[in-house]
Design a protein around this ligand. Structure first.
Ligand code: IPE
Ligand code: IPE
Ligand code: MG
Length: 241
């Protein structure tokens, strides 16, 4: 089967999962962390090389302060509890998103995870935290503009590749497939530049229920898509025009 090299997931529906059980949103997020562990394991077993998980968006600061604190706390717990195991499994951890506004303790943990796992090669786990696609592009634009102002680059040389290389995802290939759980069908400011040719798969299940079978369903759906990248279908090329 044609396996996507890079799968990115918008993990949505923790709140609704909890609501349906009469539980707090926090318990939904906690259950969501278990689904994260499962997704990382499945990705490795299914031959995916890059797995990007949208964990906290630049817009999620709009949520009530308690919930924001819970989400920050869960990231810390996840890194503290799982880092050694991820390292043993040869997983490289990377973080994308704006680091400038993160608290010092979170930043220190994220940097520790990246440093420890830098040379691991089995799977790249990219955690999008305090990430917004527009913010990513705006920061890249600022970086390129300041280089141009210092005379380090010629503005006329700025092209798609230069911009890609200035994004948080600089040396990560674009996602082949973006999965969103919970039935919502929107991108919510996720990898908007990088998603140019991604296949979108929307699954009805809520994130805490996302399991190996859901991952396989999404891969099967991906396998049935005809990716043309602006060209005509391969069978038409073979037949000639
Ligand atoms: C998890 O699901 C996504 C995060 C922002 C962590 P939600 O918290 O958005 O759950 P719903 O959409 O309210 O169900
Ligand atoms: C997107 O989910 C962000 C993450 C999964 C981290 P949201 O639940 O925040 O998105 P909207 O608000 O429904 O668009
Ligand atoms: Mg949501």
């Amino acid at each position: 089967m044609n396996t996507p090299q890079h799968v990115a997931i918008i993990m949505d529906g923790n709140g609704r999962w909890a609501e349906r059980r009469g539980q707090t949103r926090t318990s939904g997020h906690r259950k969501g962390v278990e689904a994260v562990r499962g997704a990382v394991r499945s990705a490795g077993e299914l031959g995916v090389k890059y797995l990007t998980l949208f964990a906290f968006s630049s817009e999620n600061w709009r949520r009530p302060e308690d919930e924001v604190n819970d989400l920050m706390g869960l990231l810390k717990v996840f890194i503290r509890r799982d880092l050694a195991e991820l390292h043993r499994e040869n997983v490289r951890v990377r973080i994308i998103g704006d680091r400038q506004t993160l608290k010092h303790d979170i930043l220190a943990l994220l940097t520790e995870a990246e440093d420890l796992t830098r040379n691991n090669r089995a799977l790249e786990l990219i955690i999008a935290f305090n990430y917004g696609g527009r913010d990513d592009i705006a920061r890249a634009a600022r970086l390129l503009a300041s280089k141009a102002a210092r005379g380090e680059i010629d503005p006329a040389s700025i092209c798609e590749e230069t911009i890609s290389a200035a994004l948080d995802t600089a040396d990560i290939p674009d996602p082949d497939m973006i999965i969103r759980t919970s039935g919502e069908q929107r991108i919510s400011n996720f990898l908007i530049w990088q998603a140019a040719y991604a296949e979108f798969v929307f699954l009805p299940c809520l994130w805490p229920d996302f399991d190996r079978a859901s991952f396989e369903d999404a891969l099967r759906e991906f396998g049935s898509r005809d990716r043309r990248f602006g060209n005509v279908a391969e069978r038409d090329l073979a037949l000639g025009s």
